[in-house]
Write a protein that binds this ligand. Structure first.
Ligand code: C5P
Length: 304
């Protein structure tokens, strides 16, 4: 068998993301929306481990594991199948385990991160050495956020978010408040469309002021420029999130916003001490299920 090292396991660590700018255009004929999407990878990670097995199986452990589908709809299974098919290999026979720490259906691209992780892990396990451009192509096929999960760092995503240009980013501190339950990304985009009815939607463009603030590493400057066009739609579906956002800023966060399509909320803070204080206040408020603190930028998919 050419898949050498039958008893070997490969583990890949993958980061969550927050969008510091999420500019959304009008719905396209294919149902997607053009975006100007400034991604930042943050130091909250899942780990994806692949091990040779008799057939393709998926398991998951972690606080939200019961919300993760273990069938072929999981992006890790689709990643393994895509890589095998594109490489001319038979159907993949691997056990894929996800050690999950990124909130599920939370707007932090946890599922996308796992997909990118499975792709990199299977590539290493099967000794394929697939060129980076081809891996990125497969990531884009799996989902709009998956290419960024592979590369990490900081990047502007255009198109539906999958066309990436790296951008410069200083170090920033974040607190994330994990809400009860998830929000469906398609439902949030549909709500965006509903709220936009009758309005002219401008073509999305990256904000020069935001990119300059990001590069400067100045949290006050970044706080003044954060914007998420999906936030009104997420708040319309989950009005209670407004209280969570206010609780974070009341506790000293420089800025608060919904992370991606939500319902996780993100708080930009000055430093690690402020992160601990804001996280404690959010936990005490009873307005969220849990909090996480993290820094950005973080590396993309990394073989351990
Ligand atoms: O690309 P992905 O499968 O992650 O997207 C999930 C859903 O989010 C899409 O089916 C679409 O409804 C919505 N979406 C969108 N425009 C984007 C990205 C996602 O409308 N740029």
């Amino acid at each position: 068998m050419s898949r050498a090292g039958a008893a070997r396991s490969v583990t890949v660590r993958v980061p969550a993301k927050v969008n510091v700018q999420l500019a959304v255009g009008a719905a396209r004929p294919d149902g997607f929306h053009d975006l100007a999407n400034v991604f930042l990878a943050v130091s909250l990670y899942d780990e994806v481990t692949v091990t040779p097995a008799d057939e393709l199986t998926v398991t998951c452990a972690g606080p939200d594991a019961d919300q993760v589908p273990l069938d072929r709809t999981n992006l890790v299974a689709r990643a393994a199948e895509t890589l095998a098919a594109r490489s001319g290999l038979p159907a993949p026979a691997v056990h894929i385990h996800i050690a999950k720490n990124i909130p599920v259906a939370g707007g932090m691209a946890g599922g996308s991160a796992d997909g990118a992780g499975a792709l990199v892990a299977c590539d290493a396990l099967w000794g394929l050495d697939t060129p980076a451009a081809e891996l990125l192509d497969m990531c884009a096929e799996l989902g709009s956020d998956v290419p960024f999960s592979l590369v990490g760092g900081a990047a502007l995503g255009t198109g539906r978010g999958e066309i990436l240009t790296p951008v410069e980013a200083g170090a920033f501190h974040w607190v994330f408040a994990v809400a009860d339950g998830g929000l469906s990304t398609p439902a949030v985009f549909r709500e965006f469309d509903r709220l936009a009815q009758g309005r002219e939607i401008p073509a999305p463009e990256a904000s020069p002021a935001l990119l300059a603030a990001l590069a400067s590493g100045d949290p006050e400057a970044l706080a003044a420029t954060l914007v998420n066009d999906l936030q009104p739609a997420a708040l319309s579906l989950r009005p209670g999130l407004a209280e969570t956002l206010a609780a974070g800023t009341d506790a000293g966060a420089l800025a608060a916003l919904v992370s991606g399509s939500g319902p996780t909320t993100a708080f930009l803070v000055r430093d690690a001490a402020s992160a601990a204080k804001v996280a404690a206040a959010l936990e005490a408020s009873g307005l969220c299920r849990a909090t996480r603190t993290a820094t950005s930028p973080a590396p993309g998919a990394t073989l351990l």
